[in-house]
Write a protein that binds this ligand. Structure first.
Ligand SMILES: Cc1ncc(COP(=O)(O)O)c(C=O)c1O
Length: 416
């Protein structure tokens, strides 16, 4: 599958150019390791690491002051917010950086609750990472009625028809994921958003498992709130929080009272990690370097986002197909779809031996994989798998090579 570049020509991702942008691939202590735990956190690109170093060396002072280094620190933080907003096709006052997505959903739950009454309803799934379930579910202690949109136990997928039956005049919010970190098939967010909005409610989307593979156009996706974690998108350990402007204006300030009008602060009670916010620029530097390497025409940030995302997805699709084929032959249960067109390259399987033992054996073959419930025990249990035992997860991204996948398959062939 070759994507058509915005310049009108066919192009494919230059994986060796991509890997040159990551110090991990030339780090002697990592030599020979095949990295298949990207859904836990990707490698950081060089531009992010350089910016972090530079911040700590040159501008590690209180930002937004009058002195040169202080002013520069603040400017770089503001620049990160502006560039991420442009890239996602929204406005800077709709973007905030917080310590993590789990923390951001926790704060959001308090902010939304302040505007609701006892008996109001919200809908969560059993497919999400707990970060986008637990904080909402706990609002039942304050009189909010929590309903569950349950995934199909065979496929692990959510059916929007099932959501329709849960929506009503008292529904205030629906929280779901763009893709599960276990099942990994994207949910139809625009369709879900239409249903939620027709019911007069808000839609909160956890994009953590989706964003490393393709960054969305948030102006058209339909989510009122969209969250993802930059440490899984080649960047620093920060959660990026988008709150659509009108929705944000209805939420109660969760920061100091004097920050009520500060759109970068009102949903982030934690003081910002200045260096990491500044280093978030490095991810855009990296994505723009990919764009410049592959496309000769200039384009607006959101268009660059779209064409780089399409390059990445095409490369990932090619890599994941042989793994899914191999697993079909081995008759191992894959949680979620086995069609590479309907699955991100995050592949969770239920092996007939202990997932931890398989992961240990893979590690002996210099393959890094994960064995856990990945903080998504509800969907694992719903699919009939013991979440304490967990699943084996093989997750990769656009920088994974054909050779990596072959080595993974060879190792699995020996181990399974
Ligand atoms: C799908 C998903 N959502 C949310 C989170 C939580 O993100 P954070 O670690 O930034 O709190 C994770 C973390 O693994 C995740 O995979």
């Amino acid at each position: 599958m070759l994507p058509i570049g915005a310049g009108g020509f066919m192009t494919t991702l230059d994986v060796s150019f991509v890997r040159d942008q990551f110090p991990a691939f030339s780090e002697p202590s990592l030599e020979g390791w095949r990295f298949f735990e990207n859904a836990g956190g990707s490698y950081a690109c060089g531009r992010v690491i350089d910016r972090l170093h530079r911040y700590y060396r040159e501008t590690k002072v209180q930002p937004y002051g009058e002195a040169g280094p202080s002013r520069r620190a603040g400017e770089e933080m503001d620049l990160a917010r502006r560039r991420w907003a442009e890239y996602l096709n929204v406005t800077p006052d709709e973007i905030q950086f917080g310590p993590s997505t789990s923390q951001n959903t926790y704060v959001l739950a308090q902010a939304f609750r302040a505007g609701w009454s006892e008996g109001d309803e919200l809908v969560v799934t059993n497919q999400d990472h707990e970060a986008n379930i637990g904080a909402w579910r706990r609002l039942d202690r304050t009189g909010i009625v929590v309903k569950e949109w349950s995934a199909n136990p065979e496929s692990g997928e959510l059916d929007p028809e099932d959501l329709a039956a849960l929506l009503g005049p008292k529904t205030r919010l629906v929280a779901c994921c763009h893709a599960s970190n276990v099942v990994a098939s994207p949910n139809p967010i625009p369709r879900i958003a239409k249903m939620v909005h027709d019911a007069g409610a808000k839609l909160v989307v956890d994009g953590v498992a989706y964003a490393p593979h393709a960054l969305p156009d948030l102006a058209t996706l339909g989510a009122d709130v969209y969250l993802f974690s930059l440490y899984k998108v080649y960047g620093p350990h920060q959660g990026l929080l988008f709150v659509q402007r009108e929705t944000g204006s209805q939420l109660a300030n969760q920061s100091h009272y004097f920050n009520d009008r500060e759109t970068a602060k009102r949903l982030i009670p934690a003081g910002p990690d200045h260096a990491q916010v500044s280093a978030a620029n490095g991810v855009i530097d990296y994505l723009d370097a990919i764009d410049a390497h592959h496309f000769s025409t200039s384009a607006a940030p959101s268009e660059r986002r779209a064409r780089v995302s399409s390059l990445m997805r095409a490369a990932e699709r090619e890599r994941v197909a042989p793994l899914l084929d191999f697993l079909k032959d081995r008759k191992v249960r894959v949680l979620g779809p086995t069609d590479p067109d309907h699955r991100l390259p995050t592949v969770a399987i239920d092996p007939d031996q202990s997932p931890v033992a398989v992961s240990e054996a893979l590690a002996e073959n210099k393959v890094m994989a994960g064995a856990s419930d990945f903080y998504a025990p509800r969907i694992i249990e719903a699919m009939g798998v013991d979440s304490k035992r967990g699943v084996l997860r093989l997750s990769f991204v656009h920088y994974t090579t054909e050779d990596d996948v072959r080595a993974l398959i060879d190792a699995l062939d020996r181990v399974l």
